[in-house]
Ligand binder design. Sequence first.
Ligand SMILES: CC(=O)SCCNC(=O)CCNC(=O)[C@H](O)C(C)(C)COP(=O)(O)OP(=O)(O)OC[C@H]1O[C@@H](n2cnc3c(N)ncnc32)[C@H](O)[C@@H]1OP(=O)(O)O
Ligand SMILES: O=C([O-])CC(=O)C(=O)O
Length: 379
Amino acid sequence: MGDTTITTTTEPEIRKGLAGVYADYTAVSKVNAETNSLLYRGYPVQELAANCSFEQVAYLLWHGELPTATQLEELQHVERSFRSLDPEIKQVIDILPTSAHPMDVLRTAVSAIGALDPHADDSSVESNLAKSVQLLAQIPAVVAYDQRRRHGLDIIEPNDELSYAENFLYVTFGEVPDKVVVDAFNVSLILYAEHSFNASTFTARVITSTLSDLYSAVVGGIGALKGPLHGGANEAVMHIFDEIGTADKAADWLAGALAEKRKIMGFGHRVYKNGDSRVPTMKASLDTLVEYYQRPDLAELYDNLEEAMTGGKNIKPNLDYPSGPAYHLMGFDTPTFTPLFVAARITGWTAHIMEQLAANSLIRPLSAYNGVDERHLER
Ligand SMILES: CC(=O)SCCNC(=O)CCNC(=O)[C@H](O)C(C)(C)COP(=O)(O)OP(=O)(O)OC[C@H]1O[C@@H](n2cnc3c(N)ncnc32)[C@H](O)[C@@H]1OP(=O)(O)O
Ligand SMILES: O=C([O-])CC(=O)C(=O)O
């Protein structure tokens, strides 16, 4: 018998939420709560955010090394060639109500992209890499298409002269904003790209472990990311800011919310208990945006809520806390924030899908039964 033999005499150790459990190895990234650091393929994420484009980081996550100039050019060429949405995908989006949450629209669109791909079930590395680049290129088109149709605006076709970040902003807003905005967006994408066995990546790996296809794993990842305890928190932060109103009300609002045992979105983390390694970098980008858009009121509200939360419960902000207001300042509407997280995390998810396939083992833990004792039908 293998090591999954169930012994009924000893009480199994249950780790709720798999907290503290090592499920497998990964070479994609290292989250170190003790040193408060995050490495992508060995590189500190802060260094990557300060010096690289999101496309370079995507390549790094997929291939394990940063691209040479030629490799980057090739990636950019392919990514730019996939940016337009097929008419069938536009039709699929169009039949969804504009009241549908953008995460539901994106999940549906990715599922449709998979159903239209005749090679969906080809799980070779070459095919999965090609699918990963295609999804990288098309997610911005879906997100922008949906935000614009919700606001009754004309759809803007992509511009393949532009970088990934520039084009994303262009197809959403109809113009490329100033460099300070593009840079902040690029930084946010890099910071959101990868974070080891978080809930959505683990979901994608579980699906992959059954030898299902890459699209199914990504659709599952999107579903897991939508929840407010995970990616949905960046949207929820903005709802909290709206609820609080002005900076002077932050402390009282927090006292009331904590008294009602509410979870304060954008704070806390399963792994980092002493602050999220990515927050200082994203906060610096938020500061540049606050300055650029002249919104000291938003910065004051941000600071006051953080001060009240760290002073009271000593729970620190996670990446969603600075990202939410940063995306708001850039002009994205609030329900679009979590799809922006998807646009970045598609790189990490697909890197993990390929890693899982390279050394696969079906992910299937045990459960300890605590239902009624064995019983029988009365006949
Ligand atoms: C990019 C990301 O996905 S980062 C995560 C984004 N999610 C959020 O911001 C949602 C808000 N945060 C949370 O709900 C949690 O901090 C989680 C889900 C992220 C992590 O949760 P866990 O590791 O399970 O921590 P847990 O829930 O056990 O919290 C420990 C204690 O801190 C409290 N706590 C943790 N986070 C918060 C919070 N944001 N607001 C209020 N209390 C909190 C818990 O209530 C608990 O208190 P207790 O011991 O008195 O019961
Ligand atoms: O690691 C986690 O649990 C959540 C997170 O911060 C991420 O996915 O970026």
